[in-house]
Design a protein. Sequence first.
Length: 412
Amino acid sequence: MNKKKIIVPLIALLLAAAVYIVFFHKDKRLYFIPENADAVVLIDVKKLTGQYLFSLVTHPSQWSGKNSKGKSSASLKDSGIKIPDFLQIFHVRGTRFSQWYTVLELQDKQKFISYLKNQNFTDNGKNHFQKDQIVLILDDKYCFWGTSEISFESIKKDLFGQRKKTMNADQFIDGSLGSISFISGEKILNFSVELTHDEIEIKNNSNTGTFNNIASKLQDSSHFLEVELDQLNIRNITRFFNKDIADSSQAVSFKATADLEQVNDTIISYEYDDNFNEVEKKTFQKITQPNYIVDIQSKNTGEAWEYFQSKNWINGENQFTAIPFQPNKISQNNNSIIIKSIRKPVKLSSQLKENYILMRNNPLLYSSLKMLTNTEKRMISDIDYILYANNSQDYWVKIKAKKGDLPLILRW
């Protein structure tokens, strides 16, 4: 028998098996989601890797090896931690919305510590490391990563206690690149996350006809911000900031339009002359502020007004102080409460009778983002708009990037 007739199919079979193991075979067991988690972000690492490699292969301009993203990914892979098939990021019930955590297995602790130092993490001693808002705590086997260290001890007890329950990726994700899930008791509400050439789409329903219709109605808009929400959406969104504001104001609809403007801000300071006389000194700086109008429809505008007064949000000059951008004016009529800036009037956009929040990118926004890194500013500058829409029990978020030669996975 000709050996080539055996060897060639065997090599092809081994290659196919290797491709399957590397890109398609996945361990779906999730060990690092505590029982008191109320939200979980899951990322299919192998699918993300495959999508990245496909994009890289189809864009020869990136083959030179100068792509910093590729270098960063490679260095993380060889950093001393085990990269899971599904990255598990979770939020603990009862903590702040900004507090998120993940746990990773260590393969080589000392190698990972060297990696952290090379990435400019500060060693705070006792295996505590920090960079900006990211905090890491290491033990002999695991790396605990979070935006706060408040819940680390409770997470350890929950994850490694005797009653630990292992979950499965199929409970959260169904073939998409990632998922965002909200847990309430035994009920799990899943949102798929997909990454295409120039957009990220998050949704809980594959039928996006209604949402695309909303997007088409807004495509000619030029305002920085447009909002239109019904009572349910007001309640869902405001509970992240103030639990009782929606009920206490009895708001049944909310509509707002805003634009950005750069204005001169006067800073008054005092100094003394040679005779110790106080001399006023004025300096000027350019700041970015919005011009806006807000229309809150309420079942009872009188009670809503009294609620705002009880919170000290209305001063003696009828300014709504809960909005920090002054000056503005608040007024009421039989059906609604109107809040509007008075420096430059803005008209409410047309009523669509839909639920949406549209925020468009604006270069003036960058001056207010001084705390971000250059990489983060570059990513934000690449965004065209962010659109949230809701119809009944279906929700949809689209992050649309500006058109470019490279797909987002290579740009970011």
